[in-house]
Ligand binder design. Structure first.
Ligand code: BV8
Ligand code: ZN
Length: 245
């Protein structure tokens, strides 16, 4: 595929690289993407409705149970060749930054040094009242759809997942660092995101606006097709290793 060769050449010659990832990069590890994160007993819920402060306030046991189920799933799966190729890109490029929308730790487990988590992480719970960080629990594995009462903080507040819910602001310094890197980069590789959630979806557009080459890897078309210089229609675990071989 001429585009894969062109993309591999652009990456190999880039001094400053940003790798921007979404749920699709973890799909081949067995993690349902966000748009179909609700499998089994959860499928009667809408992720967008569950991933909100309101849902946690209305029914903390349901929301905490969903996140603990997702965390227990992440602990059982492994990084895939897509995550490993991203770590190889980071090792090769003089300056590389991974910016992920994912709340799993698969980039870290594949060797990425310090990925930026724009939407937080399943592994950094905190108190909903005083924001004190809490230890992730032993992960008693709630089967799908089982409610689980969130642990309590010393102040009496409920422990909540350390993720950014819809309607919540992204961590300021993380977003600033990601936007700055997109402004400066030679190449931005966007992998496995539907490009519909803001403000994260702005990142590839910033790279393109400031003259960076945008390479998209996704089996489906997305709104980012219009922004990408090169569109590779394929899956992360198959295409990414071809970009670094
Ligand atoms: C905010 C954490 C304001 C939780 C998530 C305009 C401007 C600003 C905001 C808005 C706006 N319009 C609307 C909004 C509000 C909202 C928003 O964007 N809504 C959307 C739905 C329209 N944004 C927000 O609420 C954000 N906050 O704006 O705050 C504010 C400001 C100041 C003060 C107070 C408030 C917060 C957004 C963050 C929400 N949290 N996650 C959790 O995980 O439970 S977002 C959630 O969706 C995921 O984390 C993920 O990050 C995100 C996007 O999903 P994707 O990663 O793209 O995954 P998806 O399933 O959609 O797509 C998968 C893709 O992979 C597909 O394209 C598929 O084809 C592809 N794929 C599949 N298999 C493979 C593959 N690709 C490669 N290989 C494969 N094998
Ligand atoms: Zn507290």
């Amino acid at each position: 595929m001429v585009d894969v060769r062109e993309a591999a050449k652009a990456l190999a010659g880039a001094r400053r690289v940003v790798v921007f990832t979404g749920a699709g990069i973890s799909a081949e590890s067995g993690v349902p993407t966000f748009r179909d994160a609700l499998t089994g007993l959860w499928e009667r819920y809408d992720a967008q409705a569950l991933a909100t402060p309101q849902a946690f306030e209305d029914d903390p046991d349901l929301v905490w149970g969903w996140y603990e189920w997702r965390r227990s799933l992440i602990r059982r799966v492994h990084p895939n060749p897509g995550h490993e190729a991203v770590a190889a890109i980071e090792a090769h490029a003089p300056h590389a930054l991974v910016v992920t929308q994912n709340v799993d730790d698969l980039h870290e487990r594949a060797g990425s040094r310090a990925p930026i988590h724009l939407h937080g992480s399943l592994f950094t719970p905190r108190c909903a009242a005083c924001s004190r960080p809490a230890e992730p629990g032993p992960g008693d594995e709630p089967e799908e759809g089982r409610r689980l009462a969130p642990p309590r903080c010393g102040c009496g507040g409920a422990i909540r997942p350390g993720v950014v819910w819809f309607g919540e602001a992204l961590p300021e310094e993380a977003l600033e660092e990601a936007v700055q890197a997109a402004t400066d980069c030679d190449v931005l590789l966007t992998v496995g995101t539907s490009g519909v959630v803001y403000p994260a979806a702005e990142i590839p557009k910033v790279a393109s606006m400031f003259g960076g080459t945008v390479i998209q890897v996704n089996p489906q078309p997305t709104p980012l097709d219009a922004v990408a210089t090169i569109n590779l229609h394929g899956s992360a675990a198959v295409v990414l290793p071809e970009l670094v071989s």
